[in-house]
Design a protein around this ligand. Sequence first.
Ligand code: FA5
Length: 337
Amino acid sequence: KLTHSLSTIESEASLFQLKASYLGKSGVMQQYNEQLKNLKPEEKKEFGQKLNILKQVISGLFEEKLQAIVQQEINQKLSQSAYDTSLRAEFIRAKRHQGGYHPLTLVKREMEDLFYAMGFSILDGPFVEDEFHNFTALNIPADHPARDMQDTFWFSDKIHCLRTHASPIEIRAMQDLTPPFKFIAPAKVFRNEEIDASHEAAFHQIEGMVIDKNIGVQHMLYFLNTLVQEILGKETKTRLRSGFFPFVEPGFELDVSCHLCHGAGCSFCKDSGWIEFCGCGLTHPNVLIAGGLDPSEWSGFAFGLGWDRFAMIRYGIEDIRHIQGADLRFSTQFRSY
Ligand code: FA5
């Protein structure tokens, strides 16, 4: 009788009603329980056990029916929904106009993930810098050509300028943080330069710095090689040339092997097989002093890479003007989810 009644039920409410008539206070089971009282002790045990089994079976049947009703309600809601959840994700993607991330964002995230995993902080600094942070503290004397009015956008007070590189963040970090520390800092920078396929006037750099005891060129090379191999590929080679930057001593330029032609020569690397990747070196004692650190106790290395050029190498972009050009034919080629 119960299985028949259950098969006719379609809603949770009528299921609970039926359940009450079996398992509720004045339900069928309760009547059996009453009968139990009038039995002889030897009959009581057997009858009681049978009652328990019956109760379990009945409860099971109700539970099963409840699950079936809930599932049916879900199916019904889904079939009325505006979304077709049975469609494959690729199909939806192809039909909709999907946004993507800018190549600068993509390489920045790769860099941040990698360096964060190696214990680096991610820092930023102001676009408008003062002469001290942008030049003097970085051991760039007043008569250095980098201070030439051609390169720097000065404010009329002749003290403030748009930062010409990401290195002033090194000074701010040394002033604010307690050593030892390590950070990278993605930054927009500005130079009064002629624009061509590899030069912009507003471009981007990523600075990196480690301050600790007994830092040497080998530590710098370890991190730079890790960066290059993790992001550009294990087969990418690096080459260190000596280079001059007033804020490092010794100073170097790091080249990477062209990952488009693998050294065979192509238009991207101008047939040299190598691409300039970043400036780097051991932090000059004068810079440590300007940052408030004692050079007899602390040492460090720093690097500064062209973030746009990094994205160009990573994605084989031939002209820097595409990067901020806002041409959708360019930017929609980069998809990442
Ligand atoms: C510097 O700006 C140093 N601050 C880098 C540094 C940091 C050296 C720490 C040592 C220690 P440089 O002027 O070479 O160095 O610029 C660094 C990178 O920025 C270049 O290798 C290049 O990739 C990129 N870059 C420079 N000028 C432009 C420009 N006009 N447009 C696009 N990228 C540029």
